[in-house]
Design a protein around this ligand. Structure first.
Ligand code: MBD
Ligand code: FE
Length: 297
């Protein structure tokens, strides 16, 4: 059975290009790659041409998620699977593949309307090792684990679960969490050694994206990011703490787009057996309210 193997790339619509360049490079350590296209620039995390496409214009939300399959036969299998299940998709043109620096991709939407691309063959630039935007002790955790995770809108959690199951992800409800609006039961799903690559069931305040998570290989890089975010007095929604599901030490702060960035270290692999939690291991105390994660973790 065909299955996606990683969250490979993300497209974001952003209104504040200068704010994002400063934040991405100087707070997180991402590399900015501007190829003079005018309406977009790229953020790099490893040898890939890019992991983020930053579309500059109106709006501040997810533009698309890129889910990888190994190769062309897998993409054809995915087409058949989508057709059999009555899911509409479009095969991208040669120009669109060039635009994304991939060999092939499909364009579709998940049940909540989040734009999804399924691709194979990303351009990998072995001659361009990462040039981090700020000093770094080590690198971002990518490779077989993909670029990180994203938490997206889902108005019908069951329908979203079934959709991502079809794409080849596994997972389940992993928390029962208190919020001002009542208990939420978010679902976390994986497709590789990263404990989760996508989650949903968290309020997203009218946006498609609640947060993204990027992981450092070295705890000192998380500490450095935390120092920089604190020095800049960027609002922190949840303080440093350790998640019960992926065991990662993380904190959540506001991006120039108004959704949250979760920066972390020390995540674990998925457990094949389901379990759920009411609280995290420690920390993740609430700080800035009303910026996307008013949950009792
Ligand atoms: C996560 O990455 C997360 O964002 C939440 C809310 C709970 C557990 C792991
Ligand atoms: Fe998260």
């Amino acid at each position: 059975m065909v299955a996606v193997t990683e969250l490979g790339y993300i497209g974001l619509n952003i209104s504040d290009a200068d704010g994002w360049k400063d934040y991405a490079a100087n707070c997180i350590g991402l590399e900015i790659l501007d190829e003079g296209e005018g309406d977009r620039f790229y953020l790099r995390m490893d040898y890939w041409h890019h992991r983020f496409v930053m579309h500059v214009g109106d709006g501040d939300d997810l533009a698309y998620m890129g889910w990888r399959v190994p190769g062309e036969p897998d993409l054809h299998e995915m087409e058949a699977l989508l057709s059999e299940n009555g899911i509409e998709y479009r095969v991208a043109t040669a120009e669109e593949n060039e635009e994304r620096r991939v060999l092939g991709h499909l364009k579709l939407k998940d049940p909540a309307g989040n734009p999804v691309e399924i691709f194979y063959g990303p351009r990998v630039d072995g001659h361009m090792p990462l040039h981090p935007g700020r000093r770094m002790h080590d690198r971002f955790v990518t490779g077989n684990a993909g670029m990180g995770h994203c938490v997206v809108a889902a108005d019908d959690i069951r329908a979203s679960y079934e959709f991502y199951r079809l794409l080849g992800l596994s997972g389940s409800i992993e928390y029962h969490l208190g919020t001002p609006g009542g208990v939420i039961k978010p679902v976390f799903m994986h497709c590789n050694e990263r404990q989760h690559s996508i989650a949903f069931g968290v309020p997203t305040e009218g946006k498609m994206l609640n947060h993204m998570m990027l992981e450092y290989a070295d705890l000192n890089d998380l500490g450095k990011s935390h120092d920089i975010v604190r020095a800049r007095e960027i609002p922190v929604a949840l303080q440093l703490g350790k998640h019960a599901n992926d065991k990662a030490l993380t904190f959540y702060s506001l991006t120039p787009s108004g959704w949250l960035m979760e920066l972390g270290w020390g995540g674990c692999a998925p457990d094949p057996q389901q379990s759920y939690h009411n609280l995290d291991i420690f920390g993740h105390g609430p700080e800035a309210a009303g910026v996307g994660l008013d949950v009792e973790l």
